[in-house]
Ligand binder design. Structure first.
Ligand code: BGC
Length: 739
């Protein structure tokens, strides 16, 4: 142990020494060059780019994925520039490279850090084989608004789940050592508050009180910083009146002074030059100043640093020592990545892209991401033996590209396996499959095809509908105000539900859609998110019972869009709603008086509960929770308690349950959420089997930022629940006492 620490110290020292040796030789222009990231790719004039690289004006390129070009440009940097500093080659490798894993929100439904880690590992190996050494992931913006298109790219609504899974993703990308072949630098983005954009409109303003910011939105970033994420990216958003890219509070006070983060921060795409569009600055020079002074180290795509830092230094507004600090962090990463020793990439050093092993991992991830939302009369799994004909209908049944989801620049749709293909492969020849796409896109409004679908349904024993949203409807800049199933899909479901046949709906989408208008029309509802390359086989295996579904919702499903934002970790308010206190709009008497009912926090037309709560998901088996207890009811600050529950598989098949532990701090210096996730475990049990599941909770896990913005654990009473979703009622209590 000791010698390991010593070795690490030596390594750190040698990185620092090497950085200083370079820094003393650098001109100011070369230093500023190390703070500049430019676009690569086919639209860029290669001669101009090479000239700039040779002149030491470029530190990093994004979006160049042609390996020969990458190697050639690295050669210019290493052999033609004065100091031979190699390039960082960046790309948005978000949920896979060529082999696409489920969208991050889907991966989050697995509640499985190993799934997330292996997805990132495969992505890193594939991307590294193309010379990429830096990805812009994970996106760890806590996301509580499904209208926001980028919720697809998030790990959901919960800060703890996002922290655990975000760190797993960092681990997968960065590996044991950044210098290893196949390790690429990760980037925690978007710092900070981006996910809280008003009305779920991408890039919109965010207003988040500091206490909420620290207790919710910053938590995954703090965790990423502690986990050693190589870089951070600033957010596009205006946070409390100051665009995040110009926020000294975020980048200097919190990130550097409080968290002692020693990686570097890249701006988002032109987010420095956009400071003047926000109305914070009058011109690019002021923008460069604001961003540099706030703590942004590298500028993505715009050139305000290159154009104006020399003058800002000359004017004495920015110190040379500030520039040196930024350059140090960039050079340190290049050294840690081993780029000085190995600047070039030989794809032969890597396994074949999309090899069977990677595809298998993508399939396991897709399997674990599937969430069974409804299963009336055990309509699922389907037994092929008594079904002689299946109607497979819908625009997402055989859509190799659309099932991949957002951010799939390098995803290969030719290797995508669709649900239709997988079902055809899985079932025997004596079952007839009637397939109809029915709608050109999920947005189509052509009534004719509904009657064709009805005819097909009549001829079939069971109807499986593949619906949802195609890729383009979620992701960056793709927010929606109405998150019902688009186009004629609702009408299609309603028409099929009248046929008296079992109707199974499989939804492939980039966000939780509002489903209350169709949930009663289907017998079973399987949520597949955008499941990636191997989505088809994963879905088929669950539909036909080769696997039991095990995913749980990483985000609340609202009944209607007007409930947004709706999330489980809400505050109690002074007038919390209960089932008894809610009155529906249809039940209100004529001339009822204002105070005659209600007077609690709910909507007259939607109540106070969501359609599906956070952490919810069914299985083909059934789990029972009992004997919840804690090993001590009184916990002194600085210690841990052990909470245990007996979990029994009381159903008829082997299945996996995601056991979740929640707490509530009953009284706080600032009000605390009604429930907070503090632990989760995936437990697989055979039918009839039971086990005891335990969690250790330390008083540090109960800490929160108080009114003085101090991270404290307060003495007092707590509730603790363990169960299969955030609505679990199995509860015990404990108190925290001062030492
Ligand atoms: C996005 C970032 C992304 C960057 C580079 C921006 O528009 O907000 O998340 O990493 O582009 O592609």
């Amino acid at each position: 142990m000791k010698s390991n620490t010593k070795r690490k110290r030596l390594l750190v020292d040698s990185v620092a020494d090497r950085v200083e040796q370079l820094l003393v030789q650098m001109t100011m222009s070369e230093k500023i060059g190390q703070l500049s990231q430019l676009q690569g790719g086919s639209g860029v004039d290669q001669d101009i780019l090479k000239e700039a690289i040779a002149a030491g004006q470029v530190s990093s390129l994004l979006n160049e994925v042609d390996l020969d070009t990458v190697n050639e440009l690295q050669r210019v940097a290493v052999e033609k520039s004065r100091l031979g500093i190699p390039l960082l080659i960046a790309r948005d490798v978000i949920h896979g490279f060529e082999t696409v894993f489920p969208i991050p929100l889907g991966q989050a439904a697995s509640f499985n850090p190993e799934v997330v880690k292996s997805g990132a590992r495969v992505a890193a190996l594939e991307a590294a084989s193309k010379g990429i050494n830096w990805t812009f992931a994970p996106m760890i913006d806590v996301s509580r608004d499904p209208r926001w298109g980028r919720i697809a790219e998030s790990l959901g609504e919960d800060p703890y789940l996002t922290s655990v899974l975000g760190n797993a993703m960092i681990d997968g990308f960065q590996g044991d050592d950044l210098a290893d072949a196949g390790s690429i630098a990760a980037c925690a983005k978007h710092f900070a508050g981006y996910g809280a954009s008003e009305a779920g409109i991408d890039y919109n303003t965010t207003n988040i009180p500091e206490n909420e910011l620290r207790n919710v939105h910053l938590r995954p970033f703090k965790a990423a910083s502690e986990a050693g994420v190589a870089t951070f990216m600033s957010s596009f958003g205006d946070l409390n009146g100051v665009p995040a890219t110009a926020s000294k509070f975020l980048h200097t006070q919190v990130l550097r002074d409080e968290w002692h983060y020693d990686g570097f921060v890249v701006s988002d795409w032109e987010s420095i030059s956009q400071l003047s569009i926000h109305g914070l600055t009058a011109n690019d020079k002021e923008s460069a100043y604001e961003a540099a002074a706030a703590g942004i180290d590298m500028e993505m795509t715009s050139t305000t640093y290159r154009d104006h830092l020399p003058d800002l230094i000359e004017d004495g507004l920015i110190n040379e020592s500030e520039i040196d600090g930024k350059v140090r962090a960039v050079l340190a990463l290049k050294i840690k990545l081993g780029l000085f020793e190995n600047p070039y990439t030989d794809s032969k050093d890597y396994e074949q892209i999309s090899n069977p092993e990677y595809m298998q991992e993508a399939k396991s991830a897709a399997l674990e991401s599937l969430v069974l939302l409804k299963n009336e009369n055990q309509s699922l799994p389907l037994s092929v033996s008594d079904k002689k004909s299946l109607a497979i209908i819908g625009p997402m049944a055989d859509a190799p590209y659309e099932q991949l989801g957002t951010w799939i620049f390098d995803g290969e749709q030719k290797i995508s396996q669709t649900p239709l293909q997988a079902i055809e492969h899985l079932i025997t020849d004596d079952v007839d499959i009637h397939y109809l796409k029915a709608m050109d896109t999920t947005r189509s409004r052509d009534d004719g095809s509904i009657s064709q679908a009805v005819e097909l349904g009549k001829k079939s024993d069971v109807i499986i509908l593949f619906l949802g949203e195609e890729s383009i409807l979620s992701g960056e800049a793709h927010s929606r105000a109405d998150i019902d199933l688009p186009g004629n899909q609702v009408e299609l479901i309603k028409a099929m539900s009248k046929l008296g046949k079992p109707v199974i709906a499989v939804i492939l989408a980039g966000r939780p859609l509002t489903l209350s208008n169709i949930v009663d029309d289907v017998d079973a509802l399987l949520y597949a998110w955008h499941p990636g390359t191997m989505g088809g086989p994963a879905i088929a295996e669950v539909l036909f019972g080769l696997e039991s579904p095990s995913g749980k919702t990483p985000v609340t499903f609202p009944k209607v869009v007007g409930q947004i934002p709706i999330y489980y970790g809400k505050k109690n308010t002074g007038k919390p709603a209960t089932d008894e206190s809610c009155v529906h709009i249809d039940e209100i008497d004529a001339k009822a008086e204002q105070t005659s009912f209600g007077m609690t926090a709910f909507h007259l037309d939607a109540g106070y509960k969501p359609l599906f709560e956070f952490g919810y998901g069914l299985s083909y088996s059934e789990f029972n929770y009992s004997d919840l207890h804690v090993n001590t009811n009184s916990l002194t600050i600085g210690n841990s308690l052990r909470a245990s529950v007996k979990l029994s598989n009381i159903g008829s098949c082997r299945a996996t349950e995601i056991v979740q532990l929640y707490v509530r701090d009953l009284v706080g210096n600032v009000t605390r959420p009604v429930k907070e996730l503090k632990g989760f475990k995936r437990i697989t049990l055979d039918a009839g089997e039971s086990t005891v599941v335990s969690f250790d909770i330390h008083t540090d896990d109960l800490a929160f930022y108080n009114r003085e913005m101090k991270l404290v654990t307060e003495a007092g009473d707590f509730h603790l629940w363990i169960g299969g979703s955030s609505a679990t009622e199995l509860r015990t209590e404990f108190s925290v006492t001062k030492p």
